[in-house]
Design a protein around this ligand. Structure first.
Ligand SMILES: C[S@@+](CC[C@H](N)C(=O)[O-])C[C@H]1O[C@@H](n2cnc3c(N)ncnc32)[C@H](O)[C@@H]1O
Length: 262
């Protein structure tokens, strides 16, 4: 059964808002900013921008223009309040919905779309990009740690795995290469963030927030387990001698336009 996009039906919960805002300054933020690179005089379109306005601030500070695009009204309001150009729309529609931009950034969005919509979104992003498109998606294959971390991972796979593709990063390159016709002249490259071990549990604490908001619609048993694991992770995060864990990997696929070859 294909998974339903959790963002189509309901507003962003407080927990999810906090999680997205907490991402600023972390490894995902660095991955995005390094991939975007020089922005002076350029327009960056952020598709499925989410609640964090940090990337927009980063682009503007460096002399670029930033446009947020998202399906959620709350996200658009947040960006408008931060002084960003913000457009509400559904990336997966049959008609063109995006304004053109030099660089189009799409992070953790395709994982929420069913295949047909995901393919349409890739085509639309490619059409809108004048120079490059950047797609970033997760791959949970190597995510592991001690017993507490593994319990969190297994519960997350059970709850979130029903609604989104937690492993899209593994096949992202092929998915994109299959959708974009060769004749359009594009160069596709892939970078997979190495699975570095870390002791910083902040990312896991944020993950428990995402679980809490999604478990609400799930079984009571999951809600109880989430509460218990969230407490255990919070406790673990405070320990000085906490164990290392390997977080989910991220895959970045860059599509350059006008290159005439693969
Ligand atoms: C997991 S959040 C990622 C937010 C941000 N890109 C980040 O990396 O922190 C997914 C975002 O994509 C948006 N989204 C989901 N489906 C969409 C669609 N069909 N069209 C436009 N935006 C969509 C959601 O509203 C949400 O803000």
């Amino acid at each position: 059964m294909e998974k339903k996009n959790i963002y189509e039906a309901k507003a962003v919960s407080k927990e999810e808002e906090a999680r997205q805002k907490g991402l600023a300054g972390d490894r995902l933020f660095t991955l995005s900013t390094q991939a975007i690179g020089e922005v002076e005089g350029k327009t960056v379109l952020d598709v499925g921008a989410g609640m964090s306005t940090a990337l927009g601030a980063w682009v503007k500070q460096r002399g670029g223009e930033y446009i947020a695009f998202d399906i959620q009204e709350g996200v658009i309001r947040e960006h408008a309040q931060a002084g960003h150009v913000a457009i509400q729309g559904d990336i997966a529609q049959a008609i063109p919905v995006l304004p053109t931009a030099d660089i189009v950034h799409v992070r953790l969005v395709l994982m929420h779309l069913i295949r047909q919509k995901r393919n349409r979104a890739i085509e639309e992003v490619f059409r809108a990009a004048k120079e490059r498109c950047l797609f970033i998606e997760p791959d949970w294959t190597e995510f592991c740690g001690n017993a507490v971390v593994n319990r969190l991972r297994d519960l997350a796979i059970r709850i979130l795995g029903q609604r989104m593709d937690l492993y899209l990063g593994r096949t992202l390159f092929t998915v994109i290469a299959n959708v974009l016709p060769m004749s359009n002249g594009r160069l596709i490259t892939e970078k997979r963030l190495p699975p570095e071990s870390k002791k910083d549990y902040r990312e896991l604490v944020q993950m428990t927030s995402a679980l809490k908001s999604n478990a609400v619609e799930n079984m009571t048993e999951c809600i109880l387990a989430t509460e218990e694991i969230a407490l255990a992770i919070a406790k673990e995060a405070q320990k000085d001698n906490r164990a290392f864990f390997t977080p989910p990997r991220f895959t970045l696929v860059e599509v350059k336009k006008g290159c005439g070859q693969d």
